[in-house]
Design a protein around this ligand. Structure first.
Ligand code: SF4
Ligand code: SF4
Length: 274
């Protein structure tokens, strides 16, 4: 690890778990005998607004928690780039989620761009909740050279209550962690950013009915999918307010039973007769 003060910015969207990663990383650095400063920053609302954390660590005391340019930036959602781009300098290492952010979303001409398609890997292989573990493992290994077992111990301790309630979540989290720790970061050729947050309504219609899904309200709980009696709903690649997938509807299968919008806790879906 570096010996002088190392400055890190982590950014994503509210509810996505950026502050959980920041807390685990800060604890890991304290356990490695560093002085650590960690400042969380939230938007005016928690949901869907950029969530940023500022971490510094050093072998000597940190005198001031603010800084202008980061050594390492990790950004997991396109909408958070604007908030943190000013912290990226010519020598900043940038780690991003290539399945949600395209290279051209960065306006700065920085060649130190690296990526892991954390959302795609989580959605398609390890479970949606593990996108942060994938990102954290990739960051800690490639930019901090943090020892694998020591980091996993801290993650398991911090997420112990969740893991105790859900053993399969714990197993998948460990698989995701091991995979990401050994993952070779993308640096020139990036995964296609096919998962993306959307501010637009999703509208599907046929001759009989119209369905509207509101990604900025949807937290990806999946209740509507479970309650649909004809399997007309499934998760798609548009991301909602917490960066988790929003349902897609097969409008021709839908019988307009009303279950999805009756049970949705966030009024994020509606089907009406034409
Ligand atoms: S209205 Fe009923 S059938 Fe149609 S998508 Fe919703 S739950 Fe499924
Ligand atoms: S029930 Fe509502 S919030 Fe949950 S996944 Fe469906 S649309 Fe999204």
């Amino acid at each position: 690890m570096k010996n002088d003060v190392t400055k890190i910015v982590l950014a994503g969207e509210g509810g996505q778990g950026i502050q959980t990663i920041a807390k685990i990383l800060s604890l890991a650095l304290v356990k490695a005998d560093y002085f650590v400063s960690y400042i969380p920053q939230f938007g005016p609302e928690q949901r869907g607004t950029p969530s940023v954390s500022f971490i510094q660590f050093s072998k000597s005391q940190i005198t001031y928690p603010k800084f202008d340019t980061a050594d390492i930036v990790m950004v997991l959602r396109r909408r958070a780039i604007k908030t943190i781009e000013s912290y990226i300098g010519s020598k900043t290492d940038v780690l991003f989620d290539s399945s949600t952010i395209a290279r051209q979303n960065f306006t700065l001409n920085n060649s130190r761009l690296f990526a892991i398609p954390a959302t795609k890997l989580a959605e398609e292989e390890f479970g949606a909740k593990n996108q942060n573990i994938l990102a954290l493992a990739a960051l800690a290994k490639n930019f901090l050279d943090y020892p694998k077992n020591a980091l996993w111990e801290i993650i398991a301790e911090q997420l112990g209550k969740k893991f105790a309630k859900n053993k399969s979540l714990a197993g998948k989290a460990k698989e995701a962690f091991d995979f990401a720790y050994d993952f070779s970061l993308e640096s020139k050729k990036f995964t296609k950013a096919e998962y993306d947050t959307s501010d637009s309504l999703i509208v599907k219609k046929n001759s009989q009915r119209v369905a509207v899904i509101v990604p900025k309200y949807c937290k990806g709980c999946g209740i509507c999918i479970l309650k649909c009696p004809v399997n007309a709903l499934s998760f798609g690649k548009t991301l909602g307010v917490y960066g988790t997938p929003v349902p897609e509807i097969d409008i021709d299968k839908c019988i307009n039973c009303g279950n999805c919008y009756r049970f949705c806790p966030d009024c994020a879906i509606r089907v009406v007769k034409k």
